[in-house]
Design a protein around this ligand. Structure first.
Ligand code: RIB
Length: 307
């Protein structure tokens, strides 16, 4: 990918999954078997979703990932190329199958997700070294936690040393704390309320607890924090002040990839020079559209749909 192109380069490092989705009336309780409705096989994975979102919002995007050397992996690469994403470092492996996510979606649009990581778990520090030149050219590097954490530490180190802004969407949050070295490289982290509580030790229930949670996370070395709180909106800080940017009210059909759409759009907004607050408003708008549609990639809007 040519550095000479004017648009800022966004490099997404992360997961690519095939989502197996079943519509259900309610999410099954432990031990319960339920009969579902429609079944869909969709493109997904938090990394791929964020790359697609950033691309559809008008960003110049490269994706770094591992997929299986199988039909799902080949299909994912073809579809990413069709989107306009640079897939030079979406590397097929014969050692594992493409990642799979099992996703029941209930009548209110809520879901639960189980991921079999497969090839995502093989994204290695050597793979990142191979993509070093690309990562070092980025204006923004965005990551999530569906790939090995030592690999992400390597990404963060290369990106921050090269002067890129480094954004982490800390999902799914691991049982053990995130490494200090990773946190210190981050320009921005985007936990949801649950992830913010796990990182900060503070339950986010109101403005005061949101501010305290953000301060605790910043004390670990992260420069900026956005706590996403679904229909309540997103919390961040401007100087000493807590700012809450409300989300748009919509009828939810499926919340899958709403957070990923938010992150992809946020990075494009920031890459275009928006303030954090305005980038959140832009990202909220994109995420609100995505929850009105089923699926991951197919729910993500294009820039021209944002009025
Ligand atoms: O964030 C939604 C994504 O989480 C799904 O597409 C699924 O693949 C899992 O990675």
């Amino acid at each position: 990918m040519e550095k000479t192109e004017n648009r800022p380069l966004i490099v997404v490092v992360g997961s690519s999954n095939t989502d197996m989705v079943i519509k259900v009336d309610h999410l099954p309780r432990p031990g319960e078997t339920i009969i579902g409705h429609d079944f869909m096989t969709n493109q997904g994975g938090k990394g791929a979703n964020q790359a697609v979102a950033a691309c559809r919002m008008g960003g110049r995007v490269a994706f770094v990932a591992r997929v299986g050397d199988d039909s799902f992996g080949r299909q994912a690469i073809d579809m990413m190329r069709n989107e306009g994403i640079d897939t030079t470092f979406v590397l097929p492996t014969k050692q594992a199958a493409t990642g799979i996510a099992l996703i029941p979606v209930d009548s209110k649009g809520e879901n639960s997700i189980i991921v079999a990581s497969g090839a995502n778990a093989l994204l290695s520090e050597d793979d990142i070294e191979a993509a070093r030149t690309l990562i070092a050219q980025a204006d923004i590097v965005m990551m999530q936690l569906e790939t090995p954490i030592p690999t992400l530490v390597r990404v963060a180190r290369i990106a921050s040393e090269a002067g890129a802004r480094v954004v982490l969407n800390p999902a799914p949050f691991p049982p053990e704390p995130l490494p200090e070295e990773l946190l210190k490289c981050l320009t921005l982290i985007t936990p949801n309320e649950t992830e913010a509580a796990m990182m900060s030790g503070i339950e986010v229930t109101d403005d005061a607890s949101a501010l305290q949670a953000i301060r605790n996370i910043q004390a670990k070395g992260v420069q900026n924090v956005i706590v996403t709180a679904g229909s309540k909106g997103a919390f961040t800080t401007e100087g000493d002040r807590l700012v809450c940017i409300p989300s748009e009210r919509v009828q939810a059909v499926d919340t899958t990839a709403a957070g990923d759409t938010f992150c992809g759009a946020l990075c494009v907004g920031l890459s275009e020079g928006l303030t954090l607050g305005d980038a959140i408003r832009f990202a909220n708008h994109a995420a609100a559209i995505s929850v009105t549609r089923m699926g991951a990639w197919q729910s993500i809007p294009h820039r021209e749909e944002l009025t």
